[in-house]
Ligand binder design. Structure first.
Ligand code: MG
Length: 127
């Protein structure tokens, strides 16, 4: 059994998580199932599991549910599933997610200039 130091957002890189997922998949010979289409299906399913926790919860109660209830661990687990399938999909597609986030953030900054979008929930094409 391989042991690792505890993972934390502050100290764990995306590359490290990607490597761990790849090792987990390789040890089980699951690469054969991890084509992009299957991974998108898995990712969407996990988003559905996350959404199910919040289904019919009043909006003004959802923060309390996610941060201060017996459901907090379930939220964390489903969010981890979403993140892991996101990272695995990026790996299989050869996408550097940090680069992709940087590029998309630049686009979002152009679409949502502060002067037009501050305090507004409108989509960029309706600003
Ligand atoms: Mg799940």
């Amino acid at each position: 059994v391989t042991t690792h130091p505890p993972m934390k957002d502050e100290t764990t890189t995306l590359a490290e998580i990607k490597r761990r997922i790849t090792a987990f998949v390789d040890e089980r010979d699951w690469q054969q199932f991890h084509d992009p289409k299957n991974l998108v299906m898995a990712l969407a399913s996990e988003v559905g599991e996350l959404a199910d926790i919040f289904r019919w919860v009043p909006s003004d109660k959802s923060l309390e549910l996610a941060t201060n209830s017996e459901q907090k661990q379930a939220v964390a687990h489903e969010l981890a599933d979403v993140m892991m399938f996101t990272l695995e999909l990026a790996s299989v597609c050869g996408i550097d997610l940090a680069q992709a986030i940087e590029a998309k953030s630049r686009i979002n900054s152009e679409r949502y200039p502060i002067e037009k979008s501050r305090g507004s929930s409108r989509k960029y094409n309706r600003l």
